[in-house]
Design a protein around this ligand. Structure first.
Ligand code: ADP
Length: 255
């Protein structure tokens, strides 16, 4: 059995906990991710997907409950330790790419290593290798606005991978991409997952994107409502099943 790389227990998130607008967005969620999995998180808008991924990835801290990443209890770390821990363990990819507009793609990718004061030669080597793998070498000296959406997203992937994290956290990474770039990105994710053994946790609302994962959890009203593993299904069978679950969900909302 593979190792557990991420574990959440009884995760509760209350926004504005101490005001009359207090809102409980997660109601005691239990969740485990095993090494080498590619897990998708689906659910209707407002169901708590972003809250969930933020709270299992050190971006936000849960109101109560436990999060362990690679065996470490996140709550016990100081802010400084969390920063270092992220650098050593996690890579993040967001819908908006989050590249710095005034820096070239090279500088954006190199950023985590420059901040960690890595040797310049080693930085150049790593950035060039990754850019070559992601086929964006020609963009390295360009600013983000001079690149296509797909190139920017691949730049963001290089930045997420440059410190060799063993877990990638992605929140709607294809949200701003057209369908050709979206499926190309999913093939890159599958390759990272299969060949580099990177564990991936990804939020998506799109059944086609979800069909690239190995397991899915469906969140509704701040709780895990269902799970689905790809198992022996072909990608097409898995996709059909995901569409079915999503449309049952939508029918439930209409009725
Ligand atoms: P999803 O990603 O599934 O669309 P979110 O995690 O963004 O859902 O939101 C879940 C619920 O929590 C929603 O009802 C949303 O309005 C609420 N919420 C999200 N962020 C905040 C916040 N910062 N303050 C208060 N409520 C929030």
């Amino acid at each position: 059995m593979a190792n557990v790389v991420l574990e959440a227990q009884k995760l509760v998130k209350i926004y504005n906990a101490y005001s009359e607008n207090a809102f409980e967005a997660l109601h005691g969620v239990d969740f485990k991710v095993y090494e080498g999995e590619f897990v998708g998180i689906m659910g209707p808008s407002g169901s708590g997907k972003s809250t969930f991924i933020n709270n299992i990835s050190t971006i936000d801290m849960p109101t109560s409950g436990e999060v362990r990443i690679n065996g470490h209890d996140v709550k016990l770390m100081s802010d400084e330790e969390v920063g270092k821990f992220r650098y050593d363990n996690l890579g993040f990819i967001f819908q908006d790419f989050n590249l710095l507009d005034t820096h070239t793609i090279f500088e954006n990718i190199a950023m985590p290593l420059s901040l960690a004061k890595m040797d310049e030669k080693e930085i150049t080597k790593r950035v060039n290798e990754l850019a070559d793998r992601m086929n964006i070498t020609i963009t390295l000296e360009k600013l983000p606005f001079e690149c296509s959406g797909g190139q920017r997203q691949r730049g963001a992937i290089c930045r997420a991978l440059v410190n060799n994290p063993n877990i990638i956290m992605a929140d709607e990474p294809t949200g701003k991409l057209d369908s050709a770039n979206s499926s190309q990105l999913m093939k890159i994710f599958q390759k990272m997952n299969n060949e580099d053994k990177v564990t991936i946790v990804m939020v998506t609302h799109d059944p086609l994107i979800a069909s690239y994962t190995s397991r899915l959890i469906f969140i509704k009203d701040g709780m895990i409502q269902k799970e689905l593993s790809k198992g022996d299904m072909t990608q097409d069978e898995y996709f059909q099943k995901i569409v079915e679950i999503n449309s049952e969900e939508s029918r439930g909302i209409i009725q």
